[in-house]
Every structure is written in structure tokens, then in C-alpha cells.
Design a protein around this ligand. Structure first.
Ligand code: T46
Length: 188
């Protein structure tokens, strides 16, 4: 597995090895022991999958606050998406900064997003499926959202999002200025 850092400390881009043959390929998309060998020892407890039918669907920017904060291992099972993480750890040198990576069924790349980050994505193809592992369970009372297009964060979604397909939750999400993050940064 190839592992590369991003400008946000702790957010990593993983590219698992694909074993190709005449039929296609085989890939271990997650291996707890192999990841632990790399110091990435997460106890994932919940797998999620969502399908977004339309290109330009945006889901995010979401987080779960402690005590049910979630680290996520994100990949694309069908289609393509631009995955985004935003640092919301108070005191972090990169607080409020974001990164984006294109994840697709074709490139097989994964984004590892620790607790303390907003997560969201925009779909780049119709019928895009996102698959992700979480290291804590869904907790509606801890679920939160910040506007995906908040100017204080300034995510470049790569396209005009004025007509983005959104959930009501996302359409009514709070501004970053009003957001009081429950996460604190600690120097590693
Ligand atoms: C997240 C979640 C949702 N649900 C139920 C709650 C709603 O009835 C329905 C849709 O939920 P929501 O609109 O929050 O789904 P997304 O907009 O895809 O939210 C997710 O999208 C961003 C990108 C994330 O990283 C989070 O995992 C999550 O917030 O699924 C569950 O039953 N379990 C869950 O873990």
C-alpha cells in the first residue's frame, strides 16, 4: 500500500495494491494488521455506503463531536468524487484549512481522515457510490454540519455548486463563523 501525507497533519492518501490478471484485479481495501504496521491502528466498527445519483451532489461538511467523534477511511466504489477534509482542531496550525483528493472506482485511492476534521464530497459522475469505515458508531445527537460553501473555509469544489443537490440538513448548515469546534489540537 502506498501512503502519502497531505498538508493537513494526520490526513493521509492511501493507494492499496491491485493484483491484476486477465479477469481484472484483486485488492485488499483494508487490512488492520498491515495498517497497524504503518502506525495506523484504527478499530473501525461501522461501514457506510451511500449512492448519489446526480453529478454535483454535495454531502457535507459533516462531523460527529466527542464522545462519538469518528475517524474515517473513505473510498469510492463506483463513479468518482472529490473528497474534502477540513481541519477543525482548535489551536492547529492548519485550523480551517482544507484538502481535496479525487477518489474513484478507477484509481482505487482512499483518504484516511482522523477525528477532528469536517468531511464532505462532491460527485464527479452519475451514480457515484462512496464507501467508508468509521471508528465509532453513528450518533445523531453528536452529528453536526458546517456549510460546504462557507467563504471562511473557501473549499474549491472544482465546479459551480450553485445548483448542487443537497440534503435539507446541508442546505441549512451553520456558518464556520458561528461554529464552535469541540476539538482541540495536540502537538504529536
Ligand atoms: C451518517 C449516518 C446516517 N444514517 C441515516 C440518517 C438519515 O436517515 C440517513 C441519511 O443521513 P445523512 O443525510 O446524514 O447522510 P449523509 O449526508 O450521507 O451524511 C454523511 O455524509 C458525510 C460525507 C459523512 O462523512 C458522514 O458519515 C455523514 O454525515 O441515514 C444512519 O443510519 N447512519 C449513519 O451513520
Amino acid at each position: 500500500m502506498e501512503i502519502s501525507k497531505t498538508k493537513l497533519d494526520g490526513v493521509l492518501l492511501l493507494t492499496p495494491k491491485r493484483h491484476g490478471d486477465a479477469r481484472g484485479y484483486f485488492c485488499e481495501t483494508w487490512n488492520k494488521a498491515r495498517m497497524a504496521e504503518q502506525g495506523l491502528d484504527y478499530d473501525f466498527v461501522q461501514d457506510n455506503q451511500s449512492l448519489s445519483a446526480e453529478v454535483g451532489t454535495v454531502r457535507g461538511l459533516h462531523f460527529q463531536s466527542p464522545p462519538h467523534a469518528q475517524a474515517k477511511l473513505v473510498r469510492c466504489g463506483r463513479g468518482a468524487l472529490l473528497d474534502v477534509a477540513v481541519d477543525i482542531r482548535k489551536g492547529s496550525p492548519t485550523y480551517g484549512q482544507w484538502i481535496s483528493e479525487e477518489l474513484s472506482a478507477e484509481n482505487g485511492r482512499q483518504l484516511l481522515i482522523p477525528e477532528g476534521f469536517l468531511h464532505g464530497f462532491i460527485t464527479l459522475m452519475p451514480d457515484t457510490e462512496i464507501l467508508y469505515k468509521c471508528n465509532d458508531y453513528y450518533s445523531p445527537e453528536c452529528d453536526g454540519a458546517v456549510r460546504f460553501d462557507d467563504p471562511d473555509i473557501g473549499v474549491d469544489w472544482g465546479s459551480d455548486t450553485s445548483g448542487a443537490t443537497l440534503s435539507t440538513k446541508d442546505a441549512n448548515a451553520q456558518s464556520f463563523a458561528d461554529f464552535n469546534s469541540p476539538f482541540e489540537w495536540t502537538a504529536s
